[in-house]
Design a protein around this ligand. Structure first.
Ligand SMILES: [Zn+2]
Length: 619
C-alpha cells in the first residue's frame, strides 16, 4: 500500500516545496470498504471521550471555498464547521488540540483545477499545487493558525486515484477536495477527518510514514485512526513553538532544535527518504540563520501588507519623493535584510540621497555580500566611488557589475545602458562603448556612444581594439588604462590653464613614460610648448597627434592658434574651420576665425553661420 504515491521530494530551495496529501483513493475501494470505513468512523467518534487532564489549545482556522465547492456542498460553512469538530474530537485527547472556525469565506478562484486539472496529468498532484499557491497569495493568514481552501470533489471517480489535499509543509496553508456525495456518509466523514488532520500535520512538519494505519501514511486507508507516537511527538514540538516560531528568529531556532531531535529518532525504512532529508536540512538552516525562514528554507518573504508598503515606497520614489520613500522603506529594510528588492532599493535611495555618508557605503556593501550576483548594487557602489573621486575603486565595481550582467541569461537592456553611462563617467571609454553596444536602440546608449566619440576626439584617444578582429589600434591603449590617461590629460590641461607650467611639465614627463607614443601625451606636450613659445616643437607634437587622430579637435585649435601667430593665414583658417566642424561649441575657434576673416567676404558668411547655429550675433 505504500509504493504508489510517494512524490514531490523537495526540489530546489527556491522552488516552493509542497508534499502530497493523503495518497490515493479509488471509489471501488471506498465503497467496498464501507463497513470498515464505518468502523473507522466509530473509532473516531470514540476518541471524543473527554480527557480532563489535557490542557486544550485552540487553533483558529479560516476556510475559503471556491465556487464549485459551494455549488456542490449545500450549507458548506456549517458542513465545514462540523468537519472541524470531528477533527477536533480526534486530536483533543492525544494532542490537546481543538480547532475552531475563525471565518468561512467565499473564494472567487479562476479555473477549475480542483475538478478537472488531473485530466492533463493523471495521477499527479500537480493540479493542487497551483491552487495552494493561489490560496497563499490570497491570504497569508498571519492572524490564524491554519488557512484551508476547499475545492470541488473529483468529478469522475472512474477508475483510479485522486489526491484529497495538498499542504505547504512547515507553512500554514492547505487545500482540501470535497468528498463526493456519492460516498456513504460514514466513509465520507472518516475521509474528511483523515484528510484534514493529515494536511494540518504537514504544516507542522509531519511527513509521510510508510505504515498503513497512521494518518500520515501516504495512502488513505479506512482503518486509519490516529497519528503514530513519533509523529505525535513531532506535532507536539510544533504546537509548543508555533505560531511564534513563524515570526521570531529565536523561537524558530528553538523549534528547529527540538524538531531535529525528534527527526533524528525517526530512523528505519518507515521514515527515511527525501521528506525527512528535507526537514533535517531545513532545521539545519533554521538553526544557522539570522533571520526567520519560510517553509522553503529561504528567508521569509514579505507579508501582503509589507508588499503593499513596498509598492507605496516605489510609487513615492517614482513621484520624485525620494526622501519620503527612504523613510517609508527603513522599517522594511530593517526587518528584511535578506529581501533582495528591499535591500537593493534601500541602497539605491541612500546612494542618491546621502552619497557621502559612511552608512550608505556600508549598507550597499553589506547588500553586495548578501547578493553578490546583483549588478545594480555594484553600480550603485561605483557611483559612490565616483562621487568621492575614487576612480580605481569605481572601475573595479563596474567590472564586477559587468561580470554579473554578462552572467545573467536575459538582462534588462537598460542595465547595460546604465553601466555604459557609469563607465563613461569613470572615463573607461572602450568599456562604455562596449556596454552601450549591448543595449542597441536605447536613447541612453546612443547618448553614451556620442559622448564617448567626443571624448576620444577631445583627448586624442585612439579607438578601442577592432570589434571584429580584436586587434589593437596603432598607438592604442588597453581599456583598463584609458581612465587614468584621460584623467591625467584633464589634470595637465587644468594646470596649464592655471599657468602652472612647472608641475604640468613634470606630469607630462611621467605620463610620456607610462604611455609612450600616445597621441594624448603629444597633445599636452603641444600645448605646453605653445604656451612657452616653442613653436617648432609645438607644431611637430600636434602634427603627431593628427597623424593618429585627424579629428583631434584640440590639436587643430592649437595649430590654428600657432598659425595665426605666425600669420600663416591659410593654415590657420583650415585648422580653425576643422575645429568648428568637429566641435561647433568651441567659441574660441569662431572668434579666431572671425579675426582671420576680417576684411574679407568670408566674415559675413561666418557671421551668418554663427547666427544660424546659436541664434545670436557673433560677438
Ligand atoms: Zn501527505
Amino acid at each position: 500500500m505504500n509504493s504508489g504515491p510517494e512524490r514531490t521530494p523537495p526540489r530546489s530551495t527556491s522552488a516552493r516545496l509542497a508534499l502530497l496529501a493523503v495518497g490515493l483513493l479509488s471509489l471501488h475501494c471506498a465503497s467496498a470498504d464501507r463497513p470498515r470505513a464505518a468502523a473507522g468512523s466509530t473509532r473516531v467518534a470514540d476518541a471524543v471521550a473527554p480527557s480532563a487532564a489535557q490542557p486544550v489549545r485552540t487553533l483558529r482556522v479560516r476556510v475559503y471555498a471556491d465556487a464549485e465547492h459551494r455549488a456542490q456542498v449545500l450549507h458548506w460553512e456549517r458542513g465545514f464547521e462540523s468537519w472541524l469538530q470531528r477533527a477536533s474530537a480526534a486530536v483533543r485527547e492525544p494532542l490537546g488540540v481543538t480547532f475552531t472556525l475563525e471565518s468561512a469565506r467565499a473564494w472567487d478562484r479562476r479555473g477549475s483545477d480542483g475538478s478537472q486539472g488531473s485530466k492533463g496529468s493523471p495521477g499527479s498532484d500537480a493540479s493542487l499545487e497551483p491552487v495552494l499557491d493561489a490560496l497563499e497569495a490570497l491570504d497569508a493568514g498571519e492572524d490564524v493558525d491554519l488557512v484551508v481552501g476547499l475545492v470541488s470533489a473529483p468529478s469522475a471517480f472512474s477508475e483510479s486515484q485522486h489526491e484529497l489535499g495538498f499542504a505547504r509543509v512547515l507553512g500554514r496553508h492547505c487545500v482540501l477536495r470535497g468528498i463526493s456525495g456519492a460516498v456513504p456518509v460514514a466513509a465520507r466523514r472518516h475521509l474528511e477527518v483523515s484528510a484534514l488532520l493529515h494536511e494540518w500535520a504537514h504544516t507542522l512538519g509531519a511527513f509521510h510514514v510508510r505504515e498503513a494505519r497512521g494518518w500520515m501514511a501516504p495512502k488513505y486507508d479506512a482503518a486509519q485512526s490516529g497519528f503514530e507516537p513519533r509523529t505525535r511527538a513531532l506535532l507536539e514540538v510544533g504546537l509548543r513553538h508555533l505560531p511564534g516560531a513563524r515570526v521570531e528568529v529565536e523561537a524558530q531556532r528553538a523549534w528547529a532544535r527540538e524538531l531535529r531531535t525528534v527527526l533524528e529518532g525517526m530512523v528505519g525504512p518507515a521514515w527515511e527518504g527525501p521528506e525527512r532529508d528535507f526537514l533535517l536540512a531545513w532545521t539545519e538552516r533554521a538553526r544557522a540563520a539570522s533571520v526567520v525562514l519560510g517553509p522553503e528554507g529561504t528567508p521569509k518573504g514579505l507579508t501582503p501588507s509589507e508588499r503593499q508598503q513596498l509598492a507605496e515606497v516605489i510609487a513615492l520614489e517614482k513621484a520624485g519623493q525620494a526622501e519620503g520613500a527612504a523613510r517609508a522603506l527603513e522599517p522594511l529594510a530593517a526587518r528584511h535584510p535578506q529581501d533582495e528588492r528591499v535591500q537593493l532599493l534601500a541602497c539605491y535611495l541612500a546612494v542618491h540621497l546621502t552619497p557621502a555618508l559612511t552608512a550608505t557605503r556600508e549598507r550597499c556593501e553589506q547588500a553586495i555580500t548578501r547578493f553578490p550576483g546583483e549588478p545594480s548594487l555594484r553600480m550603485n557602489v561605483a557611483l559612490l566611488h565616483l562621487h568621492a573621486g575614487r576612480f580605481d575603486a569605481a572601475q573595479d565595481s563596474l567590472l564586477a557589475a559587468r561580470r554579473n550582467l554578462a552572467a545573467q541569461a536575459d538582462p534588462e537592456p537598460s542595465l547595460w545602458a546604465d553601466l555604459a553611462g557609469l563607465f563613461l563617467r569613470a572615463h573607461c571609454v572602450t568599456w562604455a562603448e562596449e556596454a552601450a553596444a549591448r543595449a542597441p536602440g536605447l536613447p541612453a546608449s546612443a547618448s553614451v556612444l556620442e559622448q564617448a566619440a567626443r571624448l576620444r576626439r577631445q583627448v586624442a584617444l585612439p579607438e578601442g581594439p577592432d570589434a571584429i578582429t580584436a586587434t589593437p589600434r596603432p598607438a592604442g591603449v588597453e581599456a583598463s588604462r584609458e581612465g587614468p590617461l584621460v584623467r591625467a590629460v584633464f589634470d595637465i590641461e587644468a594646470l596649464l590653464h592655471a599657468g602652472s607650467s612647472g608641475p604640468a611639465r613634470e606630469r607630462i614627463t611621467a605620463l610620456s613614460q607610462t604611455y609612450p607614443g600616445s597621441p594624448s601625451v603629444a597633445l599636452v606636450q603641444c600645448e605646453l610648448h605653445l604656451l612657452q613659445g616653442r613653436l617648432g616643437p609645438a607644431r611637430s607634437a600636434c602634427e603627431r597627434v593628427l597623424a593618429v587622430r585627424e579629428d583631434a579637435v584640440q590639436a587643430h585649435l592649437l595649430l590654428g592658434v600657432l598659425a595665426t601667430n605666425t600669420r600663416a593665414h591659410t593654415r590657420a583658417r583650415a585648422h580653425l574651420e576643422r575645429v568648428i566642424a568637429l566641435e561647433p561649441s568651441r567659441t574660441e575657434a569662431w572668434h579666431l576665425l572671425a579675426r582671420e576673416y576680417r576684411g574679407t567676404r568670408h566674415l559675413r558668411v561666418l557671421q551668418a553661420r554663427y547666427r544660424e547655429r546659436f541664434s545670436r550675433d557673433l560677438p
